[in-house]
Design a protein around this ligand. Structure first.
Ligand SMILES: NC(=O)c1ccc[n+]([C@@H]2O[C@H](COP(=O)([O-])OP(=O)(O)OC[C@H]3O[C@@H](n4cnc5c(N)ncnc54)[C@H](OP(=O)(O)O)[C@@H]3O)[C@@H](O)[C@H]2O)c1
Length: 345
């Protein structure tokens, strides 16, 4: 059994790590941290996890924690993660960070959209944690920057087309809708029930921080600069992201050939389900699971290819993918502990 710490365990992604790891046969959570809830038993902060173990929240004291565990998840706001990872990595344990702090290869891009990175040398040691694209590099690394929730749905949707140079990299539109848990557990006016229920709105149009992350990765995949138009929306549901992606084929657009590209890339991927012709994803079909569902529509006349993906933002978009990465880092079978089917209805 590997001893695990979850730093920032009282938030939504920390809670989801705890829920999923309760059923993992090789990872035993020994340390959970929260500044606000230190001293409280787990079940007081997450009543749905009452009775699973006798963990008590403690302060995020990294020199004390790092000698007690074999690996750590950091589920903190950006910037707080830099400090946590810098202190934990000194004992050479594998770390999966769920924030944006280790997702970028270029510290200047991080600085332009977040803040100056205080430990840029650690960016050179970290790997982007999307196993479907970077599996071998993840296995060989010690610090994994777990992808953002919107980027996961968008990049999985576009990887086969861009890798095969099948679409115009300058004209990609990603229209995405997220449930409210994507904003974290901290209270704020914009996520109050009365503010978001019975309405649907776009936010951070042209300025969302996930756009540069998506562009950096897609450019790496396409081996050329990729420009995207990304418009996120907040939708009154707890979990899920539906991304509708519009692209234009660079050559002819034969629906059978486009579908074949996706089957070639994804038929052996355990968490990707390519839906049949005419069937399109629903966030309700992936809720609580690590699946990405993909639907395809190709119009040969306009050369438009529409790719629709659905994920659970807290699972494949955060905690489930983090455990998938940790399985790779700790040499477990990649799917260990994350094969539970979706919850429906
Ligand atoms: N929610 C999603 O769907 C999602 C998806 C992908 C990635 N992410 C990313 O994952 C990270 C965690 O997200 P979340 O939604 O779980 O956030 P959250 O609900 O706000 O939880 C944040 C956690 O970090 C702790 N924390 C906050 N500031 C800290 C500090 N300075 N030092 C130590 N601990 C601190 C909090 O506890 P205390 O304040 O009590 O210490 C809490 O346990 C974020 O970077 C987020 O962008 C979130």
């Amino acid at each position: 059994m590997k001893k695990i710490a979850i730093i920032g365990a009282s938030g939504y992604t920390g809670g989801e790590l705890l829920r999923i790891l309760a059923g993992h046969p090789g990872m035993d959570v020994r340390v959970i941290t929260s500044r606000e809830h230190q001293g409280k038993p787990l079940g007081e902060v997450f009543p749905h996890l009452r009775g699973y173990n006798d963990l008590v929240f403690e302060a995020p004291d990294y020199p004390v924690i790092r000698g007690r565990v074999d690996a750590a998840f950091t589920a903190l706001p950006h910037q707080a993660s830099i400090q946590a990872v810098a202190e934990l990595v000194t004992s050479d344990i594998p770390i999966v960070d769920l924030s944006a702090d280790f997702r970028f290869t270029d510290a200047d891009v991080y600085a332009a959209h977040y803040a100056v990175h205080s430990h840029p040398h650690l960016l050179a040691k970290s790997v982007y944690g999307l196993p479907e694209v970077y599996r071998d590099a993840i296995r060989a690394s010690r610090i994994v920057g777990n992808p953002g929730c919107y980027p996961t749905g968008a990049i999985i949707g576009l990887y086969p087309l861009l890798s095969e140079t099948a679409v115009d990299p300058a004209h990609i539109i990603i229209d995405a809708k997220s449930g409210v848990s994507g904003a974290g557990r901290g209270p704020s006016l914009s996520t109050l029930y009365t503010e978001i229920s019975e309405g649907l709105h776009a936010y951070k149009v042209g300025s969302h921080r996930h756009a540069p992350e998506i562009e950096e990765r897609l450019s790496d995949i396409a081996r050329t600069r990729v420009g995207i138009t990304f418009t996120p929306h907040l939708i009154p549901m707890n979990r899920g992201i539906l991304s509708t992606i519009y692209t234009t084929a660079s050559r002819t657009a034969d629906p059978r050939k486009i579908r074949m590209i996706y089957s070639d890339y994804y038929e052996k991927e355990p968490f990707i389900r390519l839906l049949p012709d005419g069937v399109f994803p629903d966030t309700a079909w992936v809720r609580g699971s690590n699946f990405v569902d993909i639907g395809l529509f190709t119009d040969p006349d306009t050369r438009r290819i529409i790719v629709i993906t659905a994920i659970d933002n807290l699972v494949k978009g955060a905690a489930g993918q983090a455990i998938q990465n940790m399985n790779l880092l700790l040499d477990f079978e990649e799917t260990t502990g994350i094969t539970a089917p979706p919850i429906f209805p």
